[in-house]
Design a protein around this ligand. Structure first.
Ligand SMILES: [Cu+2]
Length: 116
């Protein structure tokens, strides 16, 4: 292969490599997504471990409304009323323990541990 062809090849491939590198770094920096479903007046789990930057989606898969809220200083959030089929997402920005409850159904509890 002549050096001219090689340099043309490099010019063609370089942007692809840069693009691939950018996509990869974006994928690494973005947090993971977790889903906690609400069904049968219960959360789909009682405990969840996530990392800072991760997002938890609260999904109402029930046939009744729920009002999911957190009772932690680290991340207070009230999803307000979620009618059946509704979704609400929370991204955790700092480490700590977040107790999540439902304002309508006192038995509904899930603990989210946010770590590094
Ligand atoms: Cu509820």
């Amino acid at each position: 292969m002549s050096s001219r062809i090689l340099s043309k090849l490099a010019v063609a491939i370089l942007p692809l490599l840069i693009f691939a590198g950018l996509s990869l770094s974006r994928a690494v920096s973005a947090g993971e997504k977790h889903v906690i479903s609400q069904k049968g007046k219960a959360f789909s789990t009682t405990e969840l471990h996530v990392k800072v930057g991760d997002t938890v989606e609260f999904k109402n898969d029930d046939d009744v409304s729920h009002n999911v809220f957190s009772v932690a200083d680290v991340q207070s959030k009230n999803n307000k009323m979620q009618t059946p089929g509704a979704e609400a997402s929370v991204t955790f920005a700092s480490e700590g323990t977040v107790e999540v409850r439902c304002a309508i159904h006192p038995g509904m509890k899930v603990t989210i541990q946010v770590g590094k």
